[in-house]
Design a protein around this ligand. Structure first.
Ligand code: NI
Length: 178
Protein backbone atom coordinates (compact mmCIF):
# COMPACT_ATOMS: atom_id res chain seq x y z
CA UNK A 1 0.00 0.00 0.00
CA UNK A 2 1.29 3.44 -0.88
CA UNK A 3 1.39 5.76 2.11
CA UNK A 4 1.03 9.51 2.25
CA UNK A 5 4.37 11.31 2.59
CA UNK A 6 4.64 14.14 5.12
CA UNK A 7 6.25 17.30 3.79
CA UNK A 8 8.48 19.77 5.57
CA UNK A 9 6.27 21.73 7.94
CA UNK A 10 4.36 18.66 9.11
CA UNK A 11 5.39 18.13 12.76
CA UNK A 12 6.18 14.43 12.04
CA UNK A 13 9.28 15.53 10.12
CA UNK A 14 10.75 17.29 13.16
CA UNK A 15 9.98 14.82 15.96
CA UNK A 16 12.74 12.30 16.80
CA UNK A 17 11.56 8.70 16.34
CA UNK A 18 11.29 6.00 19.00
CA UNK A 19 13.22 2.74 18.99
CA UNK A 20 11.23 -0.38 18.13
CA UNK A 21 11.31 -3.17 20.73
CA UNK A 22 13.22 -6.13 19.26
CA UNK A 23 10.24 -8.40 20.01
CA UNK A 24 7.97 -6.24 17.82
CA UNK A 25 10.16 -6.35 14.69
CA UNK A 26 8.71 -9.60 13.40
CA UNK A 27 5.11 -8.70 14.16
CA UNK A 28 2.71 -8.87 11.27
CA UNK A 29 1.79 -5.19 11.57
CA UNK A 30 5.39 -4.01 11.49
CA UNK A 31 6.30 -6.31 8.61
CA UNK A 32 3.35 -4.98 6.65
CA UNK A 33 4.44 -1.44 7.47
CA UNK A 34 7.92 -2.15 6.05
CA UNK A 35 6.30 -3.46 2.86
CA UNK A 36 4.19 -0.28 2.67
CA UNK A 37 7.32 1.84 3.13
CA UNK A 38 8.94 -0.05 0.26
CA UNK A 39 5.91 0.48 -2.00
CA UNK A 40 5.89 4.19 -1.11
CA UNK A 41 9.60 4.71 -1.74
CA UNK A 42 9.34 2.98 -5.13
CA UNK A 43 6.16 4.83 -6.13
CA UNK A 44 7.85 8.20 -5.60
CA UNK A 45 11.21 7.04 -6.98
CA UNK A 46 13.13 7.69 -3.80
CA UNK A 47 16.35 5.93 -2.84
CA UNK A 48 15.42 5.91 0.84
CA UNK A 49 12.51 6.57 3.16
CA UNK A 50 12.29 7.01 6.92
CA UNK A 51 9.24 5.95 8.93
CA UNK A 52 8.45 9.43 10.22
CA UNK A 53 8.11 10.60 6.60
CA UNK A 54 5.00 8.41 6.47
CA UNK A 55 3.75 9.58 9.87
CA UNK A 56 5.07 6.71 12.02
CA UNK A 57 7.42 7.79 14.78
CA UNK A 58 9.43 4.57 14.68
CA UNK A 59 13.14 4.16 14.04
CA UNK A 60 12.97 2.37 10.72
CA UNK A 61 14.24 3.18 7.26
CA UNK A 62 14.24 1.51 3.89
CA UNK A 63 16.93 2.08 1.26
CA UNK A 64 17.22 0.92 -2.33
CA UNK A 65 19.23 2.16 -5.29
CA UNK A 66 18.03 0.29 -8.32
CA UNK A 67 20.19 -0.37 -11.36
CA UNK A 68 18.59 2.38 -13.46
CA UNK A 69 19.08 4.99 -10.72
CA UNK A 70 22.63 3.82 -10.08
CA UNK A 71 23.52 4.23 -13.77
CA UNK A 72 22.14 7.80 -13.82
CA UNK A 73 24.00 8.72 -10.65
CA UNK A 74 27.14 6.74 -11.57
CA UNK A 75 27.03 5.00 -8.22
CA UNK A 76 26.78 1.34 -7.23
CA UNK A 77 23.28 -0.13 -6.83
CA UNK A 78 22.12 -0.92 -3.30
CA UNK A 79 19.77 -3.87 -2.84
CA UNK A 80 16.57 -3.34 -0.86
CA UNK A 81 17.75 -2.83 2.73
CA UNK A 82 15.76 -2.36 5.93
CA UNK A 83 17.37 -0.65 8.89
CA UNK A 84 15.52 -0.98 12.18
CA UNK A 85 16.82 1.15 15.08
CA UNK A 86 19.88 2.22 13.07
CA UNK A 87 22.77 3.97 14.82
CA UNK A 88 25.81 5.41 13.12
CA UNK A 89 28.62 4.36 15.45
CA UNK A 90 31.63 5.55 13.42
CA UNK A 91 32.09 8.32 10.88
CA UNK A 92 35.07 8.98 8.64
CA UNK A 93 36.82 12.28 9.15
CA UNK A 94 36.80 12.73 5.41
CA UNK A 95 33.74 14.53 4.08
CA UNK A 96 32.33 14.76 0.58
CA UNK A 97 29.82 17.16 -0.98
CA UNK A 98 26.96 15.59 -2.92
CA UNK A 99 23.51 16.51 -4.25
CA UNK A 100 20.50 15.43 -2.24
CA UNK A 101 16.78 15.68 -2.58
CA UNK A 102 14.04 14.45 -0.28
CA UNK A 103 10.48 13.22 -0.76
CA UNK A 104 9.47 15.51 2.12
CA UNK A 105 11.01 18.53 0.37
CA UNK A 106 9.68 17.84 -3.12
CA UNK A 107 11.11 19.47 -6.21
CA UNK A 108 14.29 20.77 -4.60
CA UNK A 109 17.88 19.66 -4.29
CA UNK A 110 20.96 20.98 -2.61
CA UNK A 111 24.62 20.26 -2.05
CA UNK A 112 25.23 18.53 1.29
CA UNK A 113 28.53 17.63 2.97
CA UNK A 114 28.47 14.09 4.41
CA UNK A 115 30.98 11.73 5.94
CA UNK A 116 32.52 9.66 3.18
CA UNK A 117 32.04 6.43 5.12
CA UNK A 118 30.13 5.29 8.18
CA UNK A 119 29.78 2.21 10.35
CA UNK A 120 26.20 1.32 11.18
CA UNK A 121 24.55 -0.91 13.75
CA UNK A 122 20.92 -1.82 13.25
CA UNK A 123 18.47 -4.69 13.19
CA UNK A 124 17.39 -6.31 9.96
CA UNK A 125 13.69 -6.80 9.23
CA UNK A 126 14.17 -10.34 10.54
CA UNK A 127 15.37 -8.87 13.85
CA UNK A 128 19.00 -9.93 13.34
CA UNK A 129 21.84 -7.66 14.45
CA UNK A 130 23.59 -5.86 11.59
CA UNK A 131 26.99 -4.19 11.88
CA UNK A 132 28.46 -2.95 8.61
CA UNK A 133 30.38 -0.19 6.89
CA UNK A 134 29.09 1.82 3.97
CA UNK A 135 30.72 4.44 1.82
CA UNK A 136 29.96 6.92 -0.91
CA UNK A 137 26.35 7.33 -1.99
CA UNK A 138 25.16 4.46 0.22
CA UNK A 139 26.76 6.11 3.27
CA UNK A 140 25.13 9.39 2.20
CA UNK A 141 21.66 7.83 2.11
CA UNK A 142 22.18 6.22 5.51
CA UNK A 143 23.17 9.59 6.99
CA UNK A 144 20.16 11.26 5.32
CA UNK A 145 17.72 8.63 6.69
CA UNK A 146 19.26 8.56 10.19
CA UNK A 147 18.93 12.35 10.23
CA UNK A 148 15.20 11.98 9.45
CA UNK A 149 14.83 9.62 12.41
CA UNK A 150 16.40 12.31 14.58
CA UNK A 151 14.03 14.99 13.24
CA UNK A 152 16.55 16.55 10.86
CA UNK A 153 16.42 17.14 7.12
CA UNK A 154 19.23 17.68 4.61
CA UNK A 155 18.68 21.43 4.61
CA UNK A 156 19.98 21.47 8.20
CA UNK A 157 23.27 19.98 6.97
CA UNK A 158 23.94 22.34 4.07
CA UNK A 159 26.75 24.90 4.21
CA UNK A 160 24.33 27.73 3.51
CA UNK A 161 21.51 27.71 0.99
CA UNK A 162 23.23 29.05 -2.14
CA UNK A 163 23.11 25.68 -3.88
CA UNK A 164 19.45 25.02 -3.01
CA UNK A 165 17.51 24.88 -6.26
CA UNK A 166 14.55 23.37 -8.03
CA UNK A 167 15.26 20.11 -9.83
CA UNK A 168 13.82 21.48 -13.09
CA UNK A 169 16.13 24.51 -13.03
CA UNK A 170 19.07 22.31 -12.05
CA UNK A 171 18.48 20.21 -15.14
CA UNK A 172 17.98 23.26 -17.35
CA UNK A 173 20.82 25.49 -16.14
CA UNK A 174 23.16 23.02 -14.46
CA UNK A 175 24.39 22.77 -10.92
CA UNK A 176 24.50 26.11 -9.09
CA UNK A 177 27.96 27.17 -7.94
CA UNK A 178 28.71 26.88 -4.25
NI1 NI B 1 14.59 12.57 2.90
Amino acid sequence: MILKVARLGHPAIRVPSEAIPAAAVKSRDFQRFLDDMTDTMREYEGVGLAANQVHEGLKAAVIEVREDASATRKTPAVPLTFLVNPEIVERSEEMEDGWEGCLSVPGLRGLVPRHLSVRVKALSREGEALDFRAEGFYARIIQHECDHLGGKVYLDRMDGLRTLCFTDEFERYGAPKK
